[in-house]
Design a protein around this ligand. Structure first.
Ligand SMILES: *Cc1c(COP(=O)(O)O)cnc(C)c1O
Length: 220
């Protein structure tokens, strides 16, 4: 796709998702435009094309562009999709509307504390390391349901769903199926899965949110 026109790329990806969901009889997931590494002027055409959900993976980078973009378009929902350090929790809760990457008890507790302090309720997802990769963030699948229970009962968080990033070099289908199974077991309605290379596959597996960057903005 053309890097020059992210607005029309966004509309094309959206149309592909809708058509695919329609022909497979599945739910149409929310399309989260992942804008990491791109500046405000590059992002604006996607907002103008109608997108209202964006994802960023670094708190500090997001602080450089989103306060301005959100003040221009207040109904934008901003999702944190990258790892969160506990010393950034306060900033993250202040700027973002959703955190998708809860992956340890300490961060669950500090998000709960900050939401109370700032009197702000965020949407929250637990990240699952479906491939059990040593270098990747996320809760091991075997501990996923217990961890969601911890977030609810001990940390007092309302968890909306699960998120995963499958291993690069594997067929993503089994990972999406595993995430769906864990969400069912934990009684969670939402599934954030699927990126530029596999958002249509994720749609077939019941994604409620897909996170698409390079198919909209071009290569980073
Ligand atoms: C960068 C990123 C994406 C988007 O990746 P693309 O392949 O560019 O679509 C999705 N999810 C996460 C967690 C990311 O960091």
């Amino acid at each position: 796709m053309e890097k020059a026109d992210p607005g029309s790329n966004y509309l094309q990806v959206l149309a592909d998702i809708e058509q695919h969901a329609d022909s497979h009889g599945c739910e149409i997931p929310s399309l989260i435009t992942v804008s990491k590494t791109f500046d405000a002027d590059t992002i604006r055409p996607v907002i103008d094309a109608g997108c209202r959900i964006f994802g960023e993976n670094r708190v500090q980078e997001a602080q450089g562009k989103w306060p301005e973009l959100k003040s221009e378009t207040p109904d934008i929902e901003l999702h944190l999709i990258g790892p969160l350090q506990s010393n950034k929790t306060s900033d993250a809760v202040a700027l973002f509307d959703c955190i998708q990457t809860i992956d340890r008890e300490k961060i669950a507790r500090s998000i709960a504390r900050e939401m109370k302090r700032q009197e702000k309720q965020l949407k929250l997802f637990v990240q699952i390391n479906t491939g059990s990769e040593a270098q990747k963030a996320g809760i091991d699948p075997l501990e996923g349901v217990d961890f969601v229970q911890f977030c609810r009962d001990e940390a007092g968080l309302e968890i909306e769903g699960l998120m995963c990033i499958p291993p690069f070099d594997e067929n993503p289908g089994p990972h999406f199926a595993l995430l769906r199974k864990l969400a069912r077991e934990a009684g969670l309605p939402s599934l954030s899965m699927g990126m530029s290379g596999d958002y249509l596959t994720a749609t077939e597996f019941g994604a409620t949110h897909v996170r698409v960057g390079s198919a909209i903005f071009g290569a980073r």
